[in-house]
Design a protein around this ligand. Structure first.
Ligand code: 5AD
Length: 348
């Protein structure tokens, strides 16, 4: 433990480690080391964010997708998926509902829906911006030409989430079909940043064929890219995908990585993800206690909430739901935290 503790102290102090040290930490951590790094990460988060946890209302705007990612339940070839596309009015209604509940930050997430034009997106964004000038608008709708990103930004979108999923090229092609490209994805991230979005990236933990070396490549990529937001969640298999028989990622390894990212990026906005909450009943809170400072309750219309199934057993009700803020607050209070209702920008 002494060696582990030294590594973790060094990581907190210097905000980085050598690749050998990362490899050691990722391969040999035990319960005690995990508890220690979670506590260190929690302290660092508290310095910047106090005991507050930001909330974002997550609106899942469409589950149509032109891509065929091997892990994802809304991949194009899943003909059993019950497809939907929220109308503009429905999206605005979600925002109104969320605003009344106290949300000041909305995330519009969806598959890469070929039938949702950029004109439509512009109109959706502009109207939200008009109605709620003080709210943050985050998009998470995949890879688009830089021109499209610019148009969204001009209409008032502030933030964009696009996980790189894995940096290693070989591993990327284990997870994605050949028509996709990790270079294009990284290029999209660079464009988003150049345009001025607060940009989020991140990975799934425990995808098939993932190795410690690849995780270190992800850590280095994120260290160089310096995103404002970092999303990390465990991989969870979906029965209608090529990965249906694969094992889910580990909750512990996810919590370890969460803490590593917190220690390396003290000011980053790091959510305790829905995937983590779906895999363990107390996953949401354990994420907070590992240094996360954001949660994204589901604000989609109730009738579509069971259709945006990226993986099996995804939670969307109770403390995961926008209507469950009281329950979320209660769970947070029990561990000394509270909801922070401000829009929660990245603060440098
Ligand atoms: N398990 C966990 N996370 C998943 N995502 C997609 N499919 C799965 C899955 N089976 C994640 C991806 C994507 C985000 C919106 O959801 O990382 O970027």
């Amino acid at each position: 433990m002494n060696h582990m503790k030294k590594l973790i102290d060094k990581l907190r102090e210097e905000r980085t480690l050598t690749s050998e040290e990362f490899a050691h930490l990722l391969s040999h951590y035990d319960d005690e080391a995990l508890a220690y790094i979670n506590q260190q990460a929690r302290e660092v988060a508290t310095v910047h964010f106090g005991q507050g946890v930001y909330i974002r209302g997550l609106i899942e705007i469409s589950n149509y997708c032109r891509n065929n990612c091997n892990y994802c339940g809304i991949r194009k070839d899943n003909w059993r998926a019950d497809r939907y596309r929220l109308s503009k009015e429905m999206i605005w209604d979600c925002c109104e509902h969320g605003y009344k509940l106290g949300f000041r930050s909305f995330v519009l997430q969806g598959g890469e829906d070929p039938k949702r034009s950029d004109n439509d997106m512009e109109e959706i964004i502009a109207e939200i911006r008009r109605r709620y000038p003080e709210c943050a608008i985050t998009l998470s709708i995949g890879e688009k030409p830089a021109k499209a990103y610019e148009r969204y930004f001009m209409k008032g979108a502030d933030r964009y989430l696009l996980r790189h999923e894995t940096f290693n090229r070989g591993h990327y092609y284990c997870l994605h079909p050949y028509e996709m490209s990790n270079e294009r994805r990284i290029k999209c991230l660079q464009e988003l940043k150049r345009i001025g979005f607060q940009t989020g990236t991140g990975i799934m933990v425990g995808t098939p064929h993932q190795r410690v070396e690849f995780l270190i490549e992800d850590i280095r990529f994120i260290e160089n890219f310096q995103p404002e937001m970092i999303g990390i969640g465990p991989f969870i298999p979906h029965q209608r995908t090529p990965f249906c028989d694969e094992k889910a990622g580990s909750v512990e390894l996810t919590l370890l990585l969460l803490s590593i990212f917190r220690l390396m990026h003290p000011k980053a906005l790091i959510p305790s993800t829905t995937a983590l909450a779906s895999l363990a009943p107390d996953g949401r809170i354990r994420g907070i206690l590992a240094g996360a400072n954001v949660v994204m309750p589901n604000l989609s219309p109730i009738i579509v909430r069971n259709k945006y199934n990226l993986y099996d057993q995804k939670v969307a009700f109770g403390a995961e739901a926008a209507e469950g803020l009281a329950l979320l607050e209660k769970q947070l209070t029990a561990v000394g935290y509270h909801i922070d209702y401000s829009r929660g920008d990245y603060n440098n």
